[in-house]
Design a protein around this ligand. Structure first.
Ligand code: NAD
Ligand code: DAU
Length: 355
């Protein structure tokens, strides 16, 4: 079995569902259930003994050790994190606690367990750390895409905390020989993404007739990957990645934010019709820019393609269409996640900081 952390979040719940479509191997899913964790995403597994959910914090060293000793996983996949850049600007503390201290304590618990294994199990064991392209910082317009050897130059408290966690993971490989793997992936999108992130925020705001808040001129570029392609890449890295190695994951889909927003407006009109007295495009509102906003990310995915023979299955055109359709079909899910706490966040981010 494997131990997955953060498996009730956006990528985590997609990963769990995707995993069981491929294999029957048990997942122990350790998640703190912060605002971003949602067990509704995994309701289809309620009666499924392959999925064992445990509510807990990766920073709770004793609890994590108990779990590892009890279940003896062959691998740990660490996805648990605070993941939203804007939240890290308004409140960095939890990012330091979970992404740095939490990863450190998880590594300690895993290392203690790994030391007790026999030589063959030690060799087979894997610690896969799920990280981000944001650790590399911002690219100029014509600069080559990020390779695995690109210098770390994080800009936000979020990306600095992820960079720190990557360094810790590398240190546990170099110093103690722990068989680690790190993946640095570009922007994901797809079902179950919390509507604080660009794509689900724009879809759900448009459907509610609310402004579509584009930061600055909207010309910043992100490199988009459909979430199940990230999941298949993670499975492949776990299966065949070389301990100590780093793999960039991306789908060669660079797009300016404003183009993403216009595409969403067009797809909504095509799939569910136009509002009667205005166009979704009329809702686009340019607001104050994100402080320290990275202007461009782009992943050079040649290593994972060449060494592990991995390729994404979706183009941006197919992935964004599926995503818009998913949000149209799951408006109850959206209503349920837009709790009081969600409304307070939207109020704080889009009123105080951006007025
Ligand atoms: P998310 O915010 O949707 O989910 C994070 C999950 O982690 C939630 O279920 C939350 O409850 C859980 N969690 C938070 N703190 C925890 C703690 N201390 N202990 C246990 N669980 C905790 O995030 P996501 O978008 O699914 O991202 C998952 C991982 O992938 C993160 O590590 C993120 O840095 C990385 N990543 C995300 C993207 C992206 O575009 N979303 C791209 C590349 C990498
Ligand atoms: O690159 C990978 C990263 O992608 C992950 O590590 C992060 O966890 C994930 O949140 C994401 O970070 P971004 O900051 O790129 O994603 P976000 O959806 O917040 O923003 C995408 C772009 O859209 C960014 O340039 C900011 C802009 N934006 C975002 C929001 C929420 C807007 O213009 N308006 C908005 O309201």
């Amino acid at each position: 079995m494997i131990l997955l952390t953060g498996g009730a979040g956006f990528i985590g719940s997609n990963f769990v569902l995707d995993w069981f479509s491929q294999t029957d191997e048990t997942i122990i899913n350790l998640d703190k259930l912060t605002y971003a964790g949602n067990l509704q995403n995994l309701v289809s597994l309620n009666e499924d003994t392959r999925h064992v959910f445990v509510q807990g914090d990766i920073g709770d060293r004793e609890r994590v050790s108990e779990l590892i000793v009890q279940y003896r996983p062959r691998a740990v996949i660490n996805m648990a994190a605070e993941s939203h850049v804007d939240r890290s600007i308004l409140g960095p503390e939890t990012f330091i606690q979970t992404n740095i201290v939490g990863t450190f304590r998880l590594l300690e618990a895993v290392h203690d367990y790994w030391k007790t294994l026999d030589a063959s199990s030690k060799k087979e064991f894997r610690f896969l750390h799920v990280s981000t392209d944001e650790v590399y910082g911002s690219l100029n317009k014509n600069a080559p895409a990020f390779t695995e050897t690109h210098r770390y130059q994080p800009s936000s408290p979020y990306s600095a905390s992820k960079a720190s966690s990557d360094h810790l993971v590398n240190a546990y490989h170099r110093t103690f020989g722990l068989p680690t793997l790190i993946t640095n992936c570009s922007n994901n999108y797809g079902p179950y993404q919390f509507p604080e992130k660009l794509i689900p925020l724009m879809i759900t705001n448009a459907l509610a007739g609310k402004p579509l808040p584009v930061y600055g001129d909207g010309k910043q570029i992100r490199d988009w990957l459909y979430v199940t392609d990230h999941c298949s890449a993670l499975r492949r890295v776990l299966e065949a990645g070389e301990p100590g190695d780093i793999y960039n994951i991306g789908g060669w889909n660079e797009k300016p934010n404003i183009e993403i927003v216009r595409t969403i407006c067009a797809l909504l009109e095509e799939l569910s019709g136009s509002p009667s007295n205005y166009s979704y495009l009329d809702l686009i509102t340019h607001v104050k820019d994100r402080p320290g906003h990275d202007t461009r990310y782009a992943i050079d995915a040649r290593k994972i393609e060449r060494v592990l023979n991995w390729k994404p299955g979706e183009t941006f055109e197919t992935g964004i269409r599926k995503t818009v359709q998913w949000y149209l079909d799951h408006q109850e899910w959206v209503t349920n996640v837009k709790t009081g706490a969600y409304r307070e966040w939207i109020e704080k981010n889009y009123s105080e900081q951006r007025s």
